[in-house]
Design a binder for this molecule. Structure first.
Ligand code: NAP
Length: 293
């Protein structure tokens, strides 16, 4: 099996690349602005964007599409750019998959829901409340036209990352470097955080078994942002240079509306893979304390 990971310089894509290589799958990845080891430049706004595959003679059986404009507040104020990077680019990738008979795995989000009564299962009704969620849903609709697709919805992903830009890694790196900082953290935004390596492991199994359709990937953790950060700092007694302050979303000055009771239920996945062992935030932090970030 040959796998192309679009967005392999990002959090989810880099974990997929690492895990698939460990499994001896022939895997290559792409970057757009931030080159990482072994990745190729890829910009789907260029109509020749897939030519590099001919040049290196790589014919993928599967494309894992992890690319999107992921800053939710930025998307709200840059609707056109968000549409281009999330929706239009997905249409280009989708077309390539259709023509070349490639399985497409699209990474989506719990932001396709309105957050009135999460966590959500795959059968729940979608109703995004912000531009990012609307564009991710529009991309999902495009992907659903591909004969062989998986839509893997995730949320609040954390894990080791070159740029340490995910919330948990960022927090831990501030703790370890003894940097002083105050975080105003909404106590009314709930989600189901998941470890990026678990996302990679789950996607690997779904691909191997040639599954199709929508899957919610989550752990059993369900926290608001304040609880999540407090959980992490509780493992570092020397972290009082960080000030965690609980606030309500109304006062958070976030540009985009947020689904408050978000998160995802993983029952469908676990019924199909009952022996799958999930990581939770505690085991992840303990792993970092033992091995370093
Ligand atoms: N992280 C989360 O908590 C979370 C939650 C829900 C859903 N998701 C979804 O999961 C996917 C991966 O997220 P992530 O956290 O890994 O994001 P990330 O770290 O921001 O990485 C995004 C990746 O996509 C690339 N990229 C962005 N726009 C692109 C474009 N138009 N064309 C080509 N490449 C482009 C980036 O390249 P450069 O960095 O090199 O420019 C990067 O490799 C996204 O679809 C996101 O919507 C993530």
């Amino acid at each position: 099996m040959k796998v192309l990971i679009i967005g392999a310089s990002g959090l989810v894509g880099s974990h997929c690349m690492e895990y698939f290589k460990e499994k001896d799958v022939e895997t290559i990845g792409t970057y757009r602005k931030y080159k990482t080891k072994g990745t190729y430049f890829f910009d789907p706004s260029d109509q020749n964007c897939f030519l590099f595959l001919d040049e290196i003679n790589f014919k993928p059986d599967v494309i894992i599409h992890c690319a999107a404009l992921t800053n939710v507040d930025y998307c709200e104020e840059h609707e056109k750019e968000s549409e281009e990077l999330t929706v239009t680019s997905t249409a280009v990738i989708n077309e390539y998959c259709k023509v070349n008979n490639i399985k497409l795995v699209y990474i989506s989000t719990d932001y396709v829901f309105d957050g009135k009564n999460g966590p959500y299962s795959e059968d729940d009704e979608v109703n995004p409340v912000n531009i990012y969620g609307k564009h991710k849903l529009a991309a999902e609709k495009i992907v659903e036209n591909t004969p062989n697709f998986i839509i893997a919805r995730i949320t609040n992903v954390y894990g080791e990352e070159e740029r340490s830009k995910n919330f948990i890694s960022h927090l831990i790196s501030l703790i370890l470097t003894k940097t002083e900082k105050t975080f105003n953290l909404p106590f009314d935004q709930f989600a189901t955080p998941i470890y990026a390596r678990d996302v990679a492991r789950m996607i690997y199994m779904l691909i191997l078994d040639d599954k199709k359709g929508i899957y919610h990937l989550s752990s059993t953790d369900y926290y608001n942002r304040f609880q999540l950060a407090s959980k992490v700092t509780s493992y570092f007694p020397e972290s009082n240079h960080l000030c965690l302050s609980p606030i309500s979303t109304n006062l958070s000055q976030q540009k985009a509306l947020r689904p408050l009771y978000g998160g995802l239920l993983n029952n469908k996945f676990l019924l199909e893979y009952p022996d799958f062992k999930l990581t939770n935030i505690d085991t992840f932090v303990l792993k970092i304390i033992k091995n370093g970030i």
